[in-house]
Write a protein that binds this ligand. Structure first.
Ligand SMILES: C[S@@+](CC[C@H](N)C(=O)[O-])C[C@H]1O[C@@H](n2cnc3c(N)ncnc32)[C@H](O)[C@@H]1O
Length: 258
């Protein structure tokens, strides 16, 4: 899909909260080589750079638009375009970090052990993914798709099964391979401001493929239909702000040392 860094970064600070919490759980001293998978506009990569100023850090993303933004924001980081589904590093990294990206890929049963297997001895795989696919923000997407003349065209874009599995699935995949494994969830209560804030939030991510498949007036009508549905699910508080609970899954897996 074609990403719009501006729309994504409209909630940049809130989107960064889980990345900060993920990074806090990584206990590595001085990792020599770090990959940020699905680095997007580079805001997570900048966090990594701040913590480890001397490390070699490489941001990987499939989107040319996101990478252009990332290069602008962090000229001292190496950013490369690649599809994580088929990516492999030429040299074993000490840290593979990925915030809010791997849920865009399927086959986590293959992906997670494969990424873990790429680590250098003592290395860490640290991943955060949304696990909110049953929430009204996503239900409203399916309802809006089914509720208009665009249904036939948009239905194939609905993902059958949520990409992020139950926490126990990741434990079963990784526990036989690791020296240490930590898996937990956090539900953030995101406090959003402005008109149609939940629609504006998903417009930067999950809603985007549906909008991209439509054009002109029809696109506007679909967007307005979705906005009306989420506004009902997430009514504004007395002070005008909107509460948007958002659950995230964290997986931190460490390889045995040399
Ligand atoms: C929601 S953004 C997350 C960006 C950043 N990590 C953050 O936390 O703000 C998801 C990113 O994953 C990237 N992405 C999705 N699927 C990918 C794939 N198969 N290979 C590489 N990047 C991918 C997208 O291009 C997008 O930039």
């Amino acid at each position: 899909m074609r990403w719009e860094p501006g729309q994504y970064l409209a909630f940049g600070d809130l989107r960064l909260r889980p990345a900060i919490d993920l990074l806090a759980r990584v206990g590595l001293g001085e990792p020599a080589l770090i990959y940020d998978l699905g680095c997007g506009p580079g805001n997570t990569t900048a966090l990594l750079r701040r913590r480890w100023p001397d490390a070699r850090i490489i941001g990987i993303d499939a989107s040319a638009e996101m990478l252009a933004k990332a290069r602008q924001a962090s000229p001292d980081v190496d950013f490369r375009q690649a599809d994580v589904a088929i990516w492999s590093p030429p040299e074993a990294p000490a840290l593979i970090f990925s915030n809010a990206a791997l849920h865009w890929l399927s086959d986590h049963h293959g992906l997670f052990p494969r990424l873990f297997g790429m680590l250098a001895p003592g290395g860490v795989l640290a991943v955060q993914m949304p696990r909110n696919f049953e929430q009204p923000s996503h239900r409203a997407m399916a309802e809006a798709v089914a509720g208009g003349p665009w249904a036939e065209r948009l239905r194939p874009l609905l993902r059958g099964a949520p990409a992020t599995a139950e926490p126990a699935v990741y434990w079963r995949l990784l526990a036989p391979l690791v020296a240490a494994l930590e898996i937990f969830e956090i539900e953030y209560l995101q406090v959003l401001e402005g008109p149609d804030p939940v629609k504006e939030w998903t417009k930067g991510t999950a809603l985007k493929p549906f909008l991209d498949a439509l054009s002109g007036e029809e696109r506007d009508r679909f967007e307005a239909d979705y906005a009306a549905r989420v506004a009902e699910y997430y009514p504004a508080e007395a002070d005008g702000r909107t509460l948007f609970p958002f659950r995230r899954l964290f997986v931190i897996a460490a390889r045995a040392g040399p």
